[in-house]
Design a protein around this ligand. Structure first.
Ligand code: NBG
Length: 753
């Protein structure tokens, strides 16, 4: 079959874009189907609240080996494949790194031939679509399923009746095929509730969260600043895992399990705490099917494993028992008995399932009742073991293990940066495409002047391409000849976009005082703030105001510009990452579990400016000190400082007048005329009085390190060498390696085939 067969033999130029896109989608979907699924007795079910899969067209074409053929077939009639790529809407099923990691994992699971499905929810409007109005983030529903456009998502006839305390919800299962690179497929399987109704949405993303039947699957992470919103999250979580548990048991039985031997048929990965209730739900269902409680507990423990993705206390969910009694009353007795089991063995209040206030702690359920607890980077796992979860580590040292995150090189190099991928092929052959460790062969070419020149040229071309895209996307004009200094990730105080912001202010003040940066810089931000996270939205506001203050100053804007990408998502990342010179990974040490953007940037030849946090530590070990710029407090110093509780922002402001000037600029008249005084003042006060994520202690070192970096950028050949080393050493961060590690240590699905 050819694409032509899907347009009823009409010329492509006679088709509308919609017809052509639909034809292409059907063609690719059929090609994927023809590959078949990875199958075996034992299967991985990766349960996650988020799957940030991105657009699928070009990725599937690459994985199916059809990219060149389709591109040429279309080009022969004057149609650019990229036009159709732009036409596709990006699925809105995730938020940040957690969801993108899940998507990379599905790609690698399929590629490695492991039988595996992702299980989650089919959110109608996903997270939200971000736009900037009056220099503030506003949120609108992200209708990623558009009328008329074929979707990768198919409806199945799998349904379950999910019993909530107050009503029974009927579900439908939808599926999206996940193509493996040169291999068979896996699946992303998403449940929706049949009664969902988008008309419930009122203004923006507001809706009546009390109407659970209609509102259940409208949005990912409904606003949890209200009790109704928090309850709805529990409804969502139970709905997700109740469906998942039924599907898993049905399928294992169909594959031959008698349930006693469930561990031979399934490995369940609990991605962060959102799917935790699968534990008591499975125990309950096994008991319903005649298995005794002791055995049910031990079966569930042997099939389930838990990944922790954060040490921020607020993200370790705990739900009041009253919520669980309302949402899933049948679960509470199971949870109470699990709690009793723990109490019978351990006195430490820290490790109990139910705390003194009657909250059920999800992570504690996970740690006691799964067989594996993993962190997502070496440092993160050490912090879990030695500080955050130390009492658990004392009980279960054998459960704790590390699985440093990874990214799929199909999307994050082959698809998003084809020129670089092709140039790598020229230098070392195409073996790296299957075995990422082969990228290290590039090190032998460190003095290859022609290669270094082409790296610089490819970067320049990518910067031009990004600048063009940004102009089309939102009308923002940036200079592709300036340094692209990029910080793109969720907006969160611990990630410290505010540190970068203060650097921008200081640099503006320097320029006005006649001290110019070594080269013109464009600081590019991409970030969404959770709708109820006020300070995060204040930071976005301050960035957007400052950007306009600089634009209004012709002398300053020759040296410094700030651009913030509207509605940053996977598609924007695919354009931005290949264009980046400086990769900002500046979280407060100890707070970023891993980061995966850091890996994508290095793979595309950017050099990291970062703290020794998360996977930055491993990047630094791999590339060596000449090829990364690190600064700031160590994680140990930060942890100790929190323990002492003696951090005093005022001391830093007193000691560093330039820091003080930068901070105060946030509320100066120029900024106030641009923006909302209340927002700016709140941010100013927050930093001045609290600065919970210790921006100030790292400020001077950050500025000095960035200045050094900008100076080094002037030597193009030396810089290209750094880029080359970063690309060469990125092989370790392939999600194929990560998934092979999970399988070897936790799932043992490959060996069961
Ligand atoms: C995020 C961490 C990142 C990490 C990803 C994937 C959550 C809760 N955690 O550091 O902040 O890279 O998970 O593991 O989104």
């Amino acid at each position: 079959m050819k694409l032509r067969d899907y347009t009823e033999n009409r010329k492509f130029t006679d088709c509308t874009r919609l017809e052509l896109f639909n034809a292409l989608l059907r063609y690719v979907a059929d090609a994927a189907k023809a590959r078949g699924y990875n199958e075996g007795r034992k299967k991985v079910y990766y349960i996650s609240a988020e799957f940030l899969i991105g657009k699928l067209l070009s990725n599937n074409l690459i994985n199916l080996g059809l990219y060149g053929e389709v591109r040429d077939e279309l080009a022969a009639e004057g149609i650019a494949l990229s036009e159709l790529e732009e036409f596709e809407l990006e699925p809105s099923l995730g938020n940040g790194g957690l969801g993108r990691l899940a998507a990379c994992f599905l790609d690698s699971l399929a590629t490695l031939g492991l039988p595996a499905d992702g299980l989650g929810l089919a959110y109608h409007c996903g997270l939200f679509r971000q736009s900037f109005v009056d220099r503030q983030q506003t949120e609108a529903p992200d209708h990623w399923l558009k009328w008329g456009q074929e979707s990768w998502m198919r409806r199945t006839d799998v349904h379950y009746d999910i019993p909530f305390g107050d009503f029974t919800a009927r579900s439908t299962l939808y599926e999206i095929d996940v193509t493996g690179y040169q291999g068979k497929c896996g699946r992303l399987r998403l449940f929706d509730v049949d009664t969902a109704d988008e008309r419930l949405i009122k203004s923006g993303i507001g809706f009546d969260a009390r109407d659970v039947a209609r509102g259940l699957t409208l949005f990912l992470y409904p606003d949890d600043s209200t009790e109704q919103g928090r309850l709805l999250r529990v409804y969502q979580e139970y709905f997700m895992v109740a469906n998942a548990a039924r599907l898993i048991l049905d399928e294992c039985v169909a594959r031959g399990s008698d349930l006693h031997d469930l561990a031979d048929y399934v490995a369940i990965q609990i991605n962060d705490t959102h799917p935790t209730l699968v534990i008591p739900e499975l125990i309950r269902l096994l008991q319903e099917r005649g298995i005794g409680e002791d055995e049910a507990v031990s079966i569930v423990r042997s099939v389930c494993a838990y990944t922790n993705h954060t040490i921020l206390a607020e993200a370790l969910e705990k739900w009041p028992r009253a919520y669980l009694e309302k949402v899933a009353p049948q679960l509470m007795p199971v949870i109470d008995r699990l709690d009793a089991r723990v109490r019978a063995k351990y006195d430490d209040p820290f490790v109990q399932i139910i705390d003194e206030q009657g909250n059920v702690r999800m992570a504690n359920l996970d740690i006691h009742f799964t067989h594996s607890v993993n962190g997502v980077a070496k440092l993160h796992t050490e912090i879990l073991k030695n500080s955050e979860l130390a009492p658990f580590y004392a009980i279960y040292p054998e459960k704790f293990n590390n699985k440093t995150n990874g990214i799929t090189f199909r999307r994050w190099l082959m698809s998003c940066n084809p020129a670089l991928a092709a140039r790598i092929d020229d230098a070392i052959g195409a073996g790296w495409r299957r075995d990422s460790a082969e990228l290290e062969k590039l090190l032998a070419h460190i003095d290859d002047a022609a290669l270094l020149t082409s790296l610089a040229e490819i970067k320049r071309a990518n910067k031009r391409r990004f600048a063009d895209w940004l102009r089309g996307h939102q009308g923002t004009v940036i200079d592709p000849d300036s340094v692209f200094d990029v910080q793109s990730k969720r907006l969160h105080e611990y990630k410290r976009q505010q540190l970068n912001l203060l650097w921008c202010v200081r640099t503006l003040l320097d320029i006005r005082a006649g001290i110019l940066p070594e080269s013109p810089v464009t600081v590019i931000f991409g970030a969404k703030a959770a709708p109820a996270y006020t300070i995060a939205k204040d930071i976005i506001h301050a960035i957007l105001c400052l950007s306009d203050v600089i634009d209004a100053d012709p002398a300053a804007r020759r040296h410094l510009r700030i651009a913030m990408v509207e509605n940053y998502n996977v598609s924007a990342a695919e354009k931005l990452i290949p264009a980046c010179d400086i990769s900002e990974q500046i979280s407060l040490a100890s707070k970023e579990a891993s980061g995966t953007g850091n890996m994508k940037f290095m793979l595309n030849g950017a050099v990291t400016l970062g703290t020794l946090d998360g996977a930055n530590v491993e990047i630094a070990e791999l590339v060596g000190p000449e090829n990364i710029y690190t600064f700031g407090l160590s994680s140990e110093a930060v942890i100790n400082s929190y323990a002492r509780g003696d951090y005093d922002p005022a001391a830093y402001l007193e000691a560093d007048p330039r820091l003080k000037a930068a901070l105060d600029f946030l509320v100066c008249d120029e900024m106030r005329t641009m923006g909302d005084a209340a927002r700016l003042e709140r941010l100013h006060a927050e930093l001045q009085n609290k600065d919970w994520f210790m921006t100030f202690p790292d400020f001077a070192d950050y500025c000095a390190t960035k200045a050094r970096m900008l100076a080094d950028l002037g030597d193009e050949a030396a810089w290209a060498r750094k880029a080359l080393v970063n690309i060469a050493m990125a092989g370790y961060f392939s999600s194929d390696r990560t998934i092979a590690d999970y399988d070897r240590d936790i799932w043992q699905v490959g060996s069961a085939r």
